[in-house]
Structures are given as structure tokens and as C-alpha cells.
Design a protein around this ligand. Structure first.
Ligand code: HEM
Length: 335
């Protein structure tokens, strides 16, 4: 069966994020909320919305405003329902119970803002990390075989429990390497110099805006030899500093959801690979784009899913500009 694996994984991570953030199970209100959040994100990241921010009928900006108002109503209803029920363990339940040093709770506007911010920050980034990792593993069957063997030894074919994750060393290295090579967030939030600063040979005046790019830093051959190769074993030899390897950013504004995402990825990836033997059809075009803030495969990830039988997957001939980013063992047919 051929599917767009990128779309399926986006739906999966949306369901996981909605469950953990809002305590809603897939189906019903959880799916509605995921659809509304994803629809608004898409409308807001359309170049036309940004180029023409006029609330005139028929404009994409007006559509974004309409979607935003509908989402706000859904979140208001969710807040009311959660206040009426016994407290849960999800993030929103914790935010509702939180009090600052004066004993004040967050207001509805703040809660709705947090809900949107966390969904947007956590959903597509996690999805694209999973998508790129699966793509890289399909093209490097030797590393996929290592993972499957590790899942058999450590997990005995069952889904991973959190206490087993530290023993999944091949998984850890494959994810680190995938987030180095194709980081879901190619650029961090812009920094503004609070005072004059020196950066290498440059003097930056107060107020200068600085863009940091994990994508570029992760390709510095002085830090990561042969940087365009997917080589999980390199993580047995290197221990870069937090500013040299920064898929989740670094410093005080580092990703708030890094620990959550790391754990979610280490649970989802084994569960997918234990269940499915994934092959990319020969001639598939894999090119890059940026969805909102996330580096994503422009045309999705076409894949054939079959029950996992442990047989090695033959890497396909891939077309597209992915070859500018990753060395695919010379099996490629760049376009
Ligand atoms: C693989 C998945 C993820 C990646 C690659 C990722 C990456 C990032 C990056 C690069 C930043 C900017 C850090 C900086 O500028 O130094 C960031 C910020 C943030 N992320 Fe994530 N993220 C992921 C998942 C999540 C999840 C699951 C959540 C929440 C549920 C989340 C919540 C946030 C928040 C709230 C911020 C803003 C932090 C601040 O400005 O203080 N992220 N993330």
C-alpha cells in the first residue's frame, strides 16, 4: 500500500500532542482541535497572508482571522469543560492549576495563547524529525538493521517503556544524527544584542539582530567530519558543546519541549519500525521546503508499508534536491 508517510506522521504527532497537552483522545473533539490548529497554522504561514494583511472578504488574511476566531471558541469550550471536571495530568490541566507568587491564575487569553504556542511549537517539529529519520533509515538499511536488532534484544518486540529508553543506544545515535543532518528547525529565534558584542572578527552593535542556524552549524566539517553523511556511529566519538549541536536551540530560550519531544520520538520510532517495513518507491522525489518553521519534504514522503519481517530494505533511487543536503551512498539520481 503506498501512502504519504509525512501526512500520516503529522496526524500521529498531532494526536500525541493533543493528548498530552489537552488530555483529549483521538476522535471527536481532539481531532477537531488538531484540524483547526493545523488549518490556522497553514493559513498563517501562507506567503499571501503575510504579504496582504488586509481583512477584506476573500483574502487569505481574512480566512486566517476566521479560523483563529473559530479555534478560540473551541479552546474556550475546552477550558470550560476542563474547569468543570476533576483535574487531569495533561499540560493544560497543570496550567489551569498554576498560581504565581501572588496566588493569581492565568487568564483565559493567556491560557489560549499557551495552548496555541505549544501546539505550533511541538507538532510539526516532532513530525518532521520523525519523517526525516525514517527517510534516512530507509536509505541506510545497515543502520535500520542495527535498530531492529536492538529492539529485539532490549524490547523483545514490545513497545518501549520509558525506563528502557536509556538502553536503546543505536536509537539514540540515529536520532541525534538525523537531527544534526536535517534539523526540523533550521533557524533559531532571532537574538537581539543587549549590548555591543564581539563575534569572531565582527563587532556587533547594541540592537544587532543575530540569526543562529543549527542547519549551518551542524554542517561545519571542523565539528562534524564529512558532515553530509548520515553516520550515527560518529556519536561514539564526539561530544559537541550545546552551541555546536543545537537542534533544540541553546541558552535560556532553548526549546521548552525538548525532553518531551526526545521521549516521544524514542517511543514512536520503535513502535513504527517494529510494525512496518517501509520502502520508498524508486524514482520518488524528495526535496526540501520550510513549513512554517519546520524543514519538511516538499512533496511529502511517498512510502510503501508492509508488515515488518526484518528483511533488509533496498534503498531506492531518489530524485530531488535532497542530494544537496545528504550523501546517499552514491545510489542517487540527482535532478
Ligand atoms: C523534535 C521536536 C522539536 C524541535 C526540533 C524543537 C526545536 C525548537 C527550537 C530550535 C526552538 C528555538 C530555541 C532557540 O531559539 O534557542 C524551540 C523553542 C520552543 N519549543 Fe520546541 N522543538 C520541538 C518540540 C517541541 C515540543 C514538543 C514543544 C511543546 C510541547 C515545544 C515547545 C517549544 C517552546 C514553547 C519554545 C519557545 C521557548 C522560548 O522561547 O523560551 N517544542 N523549539
Amino acid at each position: 500500500m503506498q501512502v504519504d508517510l509525512a501526512a500520516l506522521i503529522r496526524a500521529l504527532t498531532a494526536a500525541v500532542v493533543i493528548r498530552c497537552l489537552f488530555g483529549l483522545d483521538p476522535g471527536g473533539r481532539g481531532d477537531e482541535l488538531a484540524r483547526s490548529e493545523a488549518g490556522l497554522l497553514q493559513a498563517l504561514s501562507s506567503p499571501l497572508t503575510l504579504a496582504l494583511p488586509l481583512p477584506l472578504p476573500g483574502t487569505p488574511y481574512r480566512r486566517a482571522l476566521t479560523l483563529s476566531a473559530a479555534l478560540e471558541r473551541q479552546l474556550q469550550a475546552l477550558l470550560a469543560a476542563k474547569r468543570a471536571q476533576s483535574p487531569g495530568t495533561d499540560v493544560l490541566a497543570n496550567l489551569l492549576a498554576a498560581r504565581d507568587e501572588t496566588g493569581a491564575a492565568l487568564g483565559d487569553e493567556e491560557l489560549i495563547g499557551e495552548c496555541n504556542g505549544l501546539f505550533v511549537a511541538g507538532h510539526d517539529t516532532t513530525a518532521q524529525t520523525l519523517v526525516w529519520t525514517i527517510f534516512l533509515l530507509t536509505q541506510h538499511p545497515e543502520h535500520q538493521a542495527e535498530l531492529l536488532a536492538e529492539f529485539t534484544t532490549v524490547l523483545a518486540g514490545a513497545p518501549p517503556r520509558p525506563d528502557e529508553l536509556p538502553r536503546l543506544q543505536h536509537l539514540d545515535r540515529a536520532l541525534r544524527e538525523s537531527m544534526r543532518l536535517l534539523p526540523a528547525t533550521p533557524m533559531l529565534f532571532i537574538r537581539v544584542c543587549a549590548g555591543e558584542a564581539t563575534l569572531g572578527p565582527h563587532t556587533l552593535p547594541r540592537g544587532a539582530r543575530v540569526v543562529l542556524s543549527p542547519f549551518i552549524t551542524h554542517r561545519d566539517p571542523a565539528l562534524f567530519p564529512e558532515p553530509d553523511r548520515f553516520e550515527p556511529a560518529r556519536w561514539q566519538r564526539i561530544t559537541p558543546s550545546p552551541w555546536q549541536y543545537l537542534p533544540f536551540g541553546a541558552g535560556p530560550r532553548m526549546c521548552l519541549g525538548a525532553a518531551f519531544a526526545e521521549q516521544a520520538l524514542r517511543i514512536m520510532l520503535p513502535m513504527i519500525l517494529q510494525r512496518f517495513r517501509i520502502t520508498i518507491p524508486a524514482g520518488a522525489t524528495i526535496s526540501r521546503t520550510v513549513h512554517g518553521i519546520a524543514l519538511a519534504p516538499k512533496y511529502g514522503l511517498p512510502a510503501v508499508l508492509a508488515p515488518q519481517d526484518g528483511r533488509p530494505v533496498a534503498p531506492a533511487t531518489i530524485r530531488g534536491d535532497i542530494h544537496q543536503l545528504v550523501h546517499l551512498h552514491g545510489r542517487a539520481a540527482p535532478v
